[in-house]
Design a protein around this ligand. Structure first.
Ligand SMILES: [Zn+2]
Ligand SMILES: [Zn+2]
Length: 297
């Protein structure tokens, strides 16, 4: 079956046209002979009702294009049109405060009681545009279950679980955004080792869903990284390892500094557990592959 392709505007116009025909036919004024409105007047109430249902069904099946993308004229769950508010109990409708399915706010008491707002059907599933933008796809594998994949692999679909886990809902912009990381590493022995650690860190950020916004190394790098955090250009500071965060007591001073700035430190093998500053140094700085833990207080 070939897919009907309409632009968003033409689908809305088709619907508006149908409403106009019906309204003018059912009003008392004159209508042009032979027009759709004139035909409508000739139809029995049963026929009119059937025609309206057929039209509705037909439009529902239509998809529309916006740029390169196919849009669905009506919400698959509650049948509301593009631009119309979802029905109260619609399972697809997102909460405007949390970005998650609205139904969950009530059923799981997800947050303090709040106003979930009136989300409208946009022609696309909530969260899917962001998954596409971030390149977060998933496909089903018989042996491995759901696995992350590229957009072009057979069966690839938007990875909503990853979106909910790794992205942040931006209430002001009413969309999911990637958390932003600024990379920091203090200078180390050997240029090659430092570069390899930086590559590993970038890969780690990619897997963990962070968008890397800047990289700072060596002297002055730390102040620059903290400034990025304080001035709102980044959400976290990512380091390749605890060793590369600082030496000795400096590690704790830097963690405290970042906490005060309202941020956090992340990275492979870096785990901040509550306020106990439990750290695990692994990877590049632990040739034996073991885990050295440090604890303060
Ligand atoms: Zn809906
Ligand atoms: Zn809500």
């Amino acid at each position: 079956m070939s897919e009907s392709r309409l632009t968003r505007r033409s689908a809305e116009e088709a619907r508006a046209w149908f409403e106009q025909v019906r309204a003018s036919a059912e009003a008392d004024g004159p209508v042009p002979a032979g027009s759709a409105a004139a035909r409508w007047r000739q139809m029995s109430p049963d026929a009119r009702e059937a025609a309206a249902v057929v039209f509705d069904e037909m439009m529902k099946e239509r998809t529309m294009t916006s740029g390169e993308r196919l849009l669905h004229a009506a919400c698959p769950e509650c049948d509301r049109w593009v631009g119309q508010a979802h029905r109260e109990d619609c399972a697809i409708a997102p909460c405007l405060l949390t970005g998650l399915a609205r139904r969950g706010c009530r059923e799981f008491a997800r947050a303090e009681p709040h106003d979930c707002g009136e989300a409208v059907w946009t022609g696309d599933w909530p969260g899917h545009p962001e998954c596409r933008e971030f390149g977060w796809y998933v496909r089903w594998d018989q042996a491995a279950g759901w696995v992350r994949c590229g957009p072009d692999e057979p069966g690839a679909g938007p990875d909503l679980s990853r979106l909910y886990e790794q992205a942040r809902w931006d209430v002001d912009r009413q969309r999911w955004v990637q958390r932003r990381a600024v990379l920091f590493s203090r200078a180390g022995r050997g240029r090659a080792a430092v570069e390899e650690a930086a590559r590993t860190l970038r890969r780690w950020c990619d897997t963990a869903g962070y968008a890397v916004v800047a990289e700072h190394t060596g002297p002055g790098g730390w102040s620059a990284a903290v400034a990025d955090l304080v001035e709102g250009r980044a959400d976290v500071i990512a380091v390749p390892s605890v060793e590369r965060l600082g030496h000795g007591r400096q590690v704790f001073a830097r963690i405290t500094e970042v906490r005060k700035a309202g941020g956090t430190i992340v990275g492979p093998g870096v785990q901040l557990a509550g306020t106990s500053l439990l750290l695990s140094a692994t990877l590049a700085d632990s040739p034996a592959g073991g885990t050295a833990e440090r604890r303060r207080g």
